[in-house]
Structures are given as C-alpha cells and as structure tokens.
Design a protein around this ligand. Structure first.
Ligand SMILES: [Mg+2]
Length: 397
C-alpha cells in the first residue's frame, strides 16, 4: 500500500508568532532580529510584507533597514516560539500519532490509512491548515506525498499557505526542472561539485549514471540518485517526548571493568547518541550528568552546568571530566549512563549554515559539521561514521 506522508511547515514562524501575539504588527513589514544596537544584529525571520522589500533571513539589520526603512523589529522570544511550536504539534497529533518533528517549525506526519477518517489528502491538509489558523492564528504550507523526501520538496513549492501534492508520477514535471540547490539535503559544497560535473538540475541527477555518481560522491551519490527519482523509504519516526526535559542513555558493560580507555569509548558512544538525539530535536542542554553503577550495585550520579550545547564533543568532554573527578578506583564499573538536561530549543539553528559559509564562528562550524555527520548517519546507518578517537581505542573487552 502506498503511504500518505505530509510535511507541515510553518510560514515565517518566529515573526508569525510575534504577529499572533501583537496584531498591531500585522500588515506591516516586521522581522525578528538580533540586538539593533549592534551593527552585527541580523534578521532571524521576516514576515512576507518585509520580504517584498527584499528583507531576508540572515541579512544584517542595517542592510535590511536600508531596503525597508519602516521595518519594525522585535527581539527573539524563545519561550514564545517553543510554546507555539508545541501547540502546533498538539494540533497535528489529533490527526495521527506518527509525527516526526524536523525542526521547531516543521514536522512530518504519516497519515497512511487516514483518508477514511478525514477525507482526501487535500481535504485533510485543508483541515489541518484551517485548524492551525483558527486556533493559533498561524499559517503553514503542506507538502503531500508518498514519502518524506517528496513531501518536504512539495511543501517548498508553494509558500505561504500552499498545499502541494507531489507524487512520484509528478516528479518529471515538478521536481526535475528545479536547480540542484533546491533539493532537500544538498548544501553549497555538493551543489558546487555537481555543477563542476555539469549537473545543474535535479533532473540531471536523475538522468546521470548511478555508477558515475557513486564513484564521485560515494554512497551519498547513490542516495542523491534515488531521491532525485522520488524514491525514499525512510519511515516517519516519532520523536521522543521531551516533557522530562532531558535526554539520556545508559549501557550495562559486557563485563565489570575499570579500564579507562574502554570507559572513554563507552562515554563517547553515549555522548554520540545523546548529542545526535539533541541535535535532531533542536535542543541544547545546560546540564551534563553521568551515572556510574559499580559492581556492588552502588550508584553515583554527578552533574555539572555547561554552556548550552548539543555537540557530542562538548558532552563527551564534560562527561569524562565528571567521571575522572568522581570515579572510585577501587571498584569495577558495571553500568555507565550519560544525560543532557535543562534543555532549551536551539531557536536560531538555521543561522549555522550562514556562519559556516562566512567562517565566522567555530562553535557554529562544529555544530554544522556534527549535523552533517548526523545526516550521513541517517542515510547510511549508525556504523558508517566513527570518531577517530573511537577507532583508535576500539579494542573491545
Ligand atoms: Mg521550516
């Protein structure tokens, strides 16, 4: 049976939340922006009135003001966007429990089999869009397809307030004429490399030789080929709930040990999983904690406050410090746990790509790198990317 997958993407989300809260902003060019006193303040989200003047996300504020002198700016309000995001997800969950939030302002829904309950795909989409608008005074675009990739691509085709069906049978006409940069997942580097091979449009990828793509882009080339042909079997994986505001992992060791090198590997593995989960859900944590259970079943839990992070490297470094400061050398360890808590939404994550391009900010750079690793991991499974430090020490026990 064909699946029915939606991607619901909120339109100009941050500034729309501000407009819903303060209707005086409606109909006027407005944007959420960094501190206007600093020349470096940038636009985080512009409404459609402001976009008409050419104001864009990541634009420096004084540049935006030049284009649109009457631009009204409001400072970012993280709590508000987080709350509204949750309200949107609550509405979506009335239609299906199978929802995978992709970022603060978008989510996939698996509605396979729901037509009988709610009507045709377009009717369901209209219903969702109407409910969100009525209850939250926010607008969205919805892509409808039989898989996640095409649903995402469909949602991008018509904004704002668009409902777009994009099935495999439509891709020659609707997807293939688009430039490769518009393909979900393609970054600047891949775009450049494709163009070096005279591959300009998504259709050019689809009509390339898959062996050629594989030899130049590795497994990713094969993935690009498959997606360009509208093939994506990845499931909609519901996100875990973050009501508890923490992400944690633990593992019982194959045998009790106090071998530090081995323990470092275990902590790195746990940090990888926790960091991955945090980045995927767009949360950074302010507290890193470890749990050590010894051979005699006594348990020690320790935590420390850190600069909000979802980077594997930071989580690991802090966990290791906690471990070294608190371990009992005389006992063997039976179980290790690692947690990240005091989570907050990484509201400005879209900026990271910009910073990488500009080469401005090392943390942003690392965040982008780790997210790229995550993408590759999602495509090819867990084992493909292993950190150098894990390889060096993978002696097992
Ligand atoms: Mg979005």
């Amino acid at each position: 049976m064909n699946r029915l997958i939606f991607l619901v993407d909120m339109n100009a989300f941050f500034i729309s939340c501000e407009m819903a809260k303060n209707p005086k902003l409606k109909g006027k060019p407005a944007a959420v922006a960094g501190d206007p006193k600093k020349r470096s303040g940038i636009i985080f989200a512009a409404n459609y009135e402001a976009r008409k003047f050419g104001v864009r996300t990541t634009m420096v504020l004084h540049e935006a003001k030049k284009l649109c002198p009457e631009l009204i700016t409001v400072p970012p309000n993280r709590e508000l966007y987080e709350k509204k995001s949750k309200e949107v997800m609550d509405i979506l969950s009335r239609y299906t429990p199978v929802i995978q939030q992709n970022s603060i302002d978008e989510a996939w829904m698996d509605l396979t089999g729901c037509e009988k309950l709610f009507g045709s795909p377009v009717e369901i989409a209209e219903n969702i869009m109407g409910t969100i608008s009525r209850e939250l005074d926010l607008w969205c675009s919805i892509g409808i397809s039989e898989n996640k990739f095409l649903a995402k691509m469909g949602s991008e085709l018509k904004k704002p307030r668009g409902i777009t069906e994009l099935y495999v049978k439509d891709i020659k006409e609707k997807l293939w004429p688009l430039p490769v940069r518009e393909m979900y997942g393609i970054g600047k580097q891949t775009e450049q490399k494709l163009m070096d091979y005279a591959i300009y449009k998504i259709g050019d990828i689809a009509c390339s030789n898959v062996e050629f793509l594989k030899s130049n882009f590795g497994k990713y080339g094969e993935e690009l080929y498959r997606l360009s042909r509208g093939i994506d079997n990845s499931p909609v994986v519901p996100n875990p709930l973050y009501d508890s505001k923490s992400i944690s992992r633990s593992t019982t060791l194959p045998q009790d040990t106090n071998d530090l090198e081995y323990i470092k590997n275990v902590l790195m593995g746990l940090a990888e999983e926790v960091g991955y989960e945090a980045r995927k859900s767009g949360y950074k944590g302010k507290t890193v904690s470890i749990t050590i259970k010894y051979e005699d079943f006594t348990v020690v839990t320790r935590q420390k406050t850190v600069t909000p992070t979802y980077l594997t490297k930071d989580i690991y470094t802090n966990a290791l410090r906690l471990f070294e400061a608190n371990k009992n050398k005389n006992k063997l360890i039976r179980l290790l746990g690692l947690g990240l808590s005091n989570l907050e939404t990484d509201e400005l994550e879209q900026i990271s790509i910009f910073d990488l391009v500009e080469g401005k900010n090392n943390t942003k750079k690392e965040e982008t790198i780790e997210k790229t690793i995550d993408r590759i991991r999602e495509r090819f499974g867990d084992k493909k990317i292993v950190r150098g430090s894990m390889l060096k020490n993978s002696k097992g026990i």
